[in-house]
Design a protein around this ligand. Sequence first.
Ligand code: SAH
Length: 343
Amino acid sequence: MPYLTHPAELAQLFPGEAPYRSQQLYHWLYRRPTLSAASMTDLPPGMRKALTDRLWPFVVEVEQIADKGSTVKWLFRAPDGAAIEAVLMGYPGRTTLCISSQVGCALACSFCATGQFGFERHLQAGEIVAQVAYAGAYLREVGLSIGPDHLTNIVFMGMGEPLANYDRVRESIRRIVDDMEMSPRRLTVSTVGLVPGMQRLTEEPWQLNLAVSLHAADDELRNTLVPINRRYPLAEVEAAAAAYFGRKGRRVSIEWTLIDNVNDTIEQATKLASIAGRLGAHVNVIPLNPTPLSTDQPSRTAQIRAFVRHLRSLDINATIRDTRGSDIDAACGQLRAGRAASS
Ligand code: SAH
C-alpha cells in the first residue's frame, strides 16, 4: 500500500532494494502516477510484481461516465469496506477533481445525502492523495472528452467535512503541493464553517482557496439547515472568513444550495449580499440535488434566476454551478444517493 506509506518512508516497503529504487517508486507515485504498476518499467520485476494489486489503497468498485465523456465518477472501496467517492470533470482548458475527505459526515446538513447517513470514519492522508493520483493517472492514460490531460484544479467538495479531519487533510495537501507539485492556488477547501479549522487554515503557509457553505444568511434559518451553526454562528463564520481573506488576499467564495421555498427568497438574497459585500466574496449558487431522505426540492428556474439577478443588482459576483453528473448521482451532495438506494 505505497500511498498509505509516508512519501519519505517508501524505502521501508522494500528493505532489500537499493535506496534509489524507492526514489524511482516515489517518482511513479507522485510525479507521474500510473493506473497499473506494470507501467513502472524501470523498476525490477520483483518490485513491480509486489506492487501489482497493492498499488491502490482501494479497488475501483464503480466507474461511471457521464455528460458525453466529460465527467467520470468513481466509487473506490477500501479493504475495510469504506466507500470513497470522487468525481472528475473536464472543461475547456481545465479539469477539476472533486475529492472526499471522510467516509460519511457527522454534521448532518438537512439537504446533504452524505450527512443524512452519518459518520463512518476519517480518510487517511494517503487515501485522499490516492484519489488525486488515480484521477491524474486516468487523465493521462484514458482521458476525458474535454479538457487537459492533467489535473488543473482540486476541490474538497466530495464526501465529508475537510476541516473536521484537519490533520490528515493538512498532510494530504502537503503531499499534493510538495510531492505532486501542484500549486495551492489550484486547491479549494470547502467547509460548512468550522471556525477553529478556518483559523488554523489561515495560519498555514498555503494560498489555498476557501469556500464557505453558507446556505442561509441569518442564524434562525441557518440553524435549521446546518445544525453546526448553533456552535459556530454566522457572525463567527463571517469573521473567520474575513480573517482568511485578510491574511491570504484570496477572495473567499460562498456556496449557497438553493432550496425551493426555503432559502431562495429575495429577503435572503438581500442579507446574503450584505455578507458577500463585506467579504468581497463570490457567490456560487448550487441548485439543490434532491436526496433520498428529504422532501426538499430545487428552486424553480425562474426563482434561481431572480435570486442571482438580485445578488448581481447589489453588485455581488454570483454564478450558478453546473450540475455535472446529476444523471449518475454524482452531483453535489448526492454522491451517496445511488448507494443508499441500492443498499
Ligand atoms: N463539508 C463541506 C464539503 C462537502 S459538501 C462543505 O459543507 O462545504 C460540498 C458542497 O455541496 C457544499 O456547499 C454543500 O452544501 C453542497 N451540497 C450538499 N448537498 C447538496 C445537495 N443535495 N444539493 C446541492 N448541493 C449540495
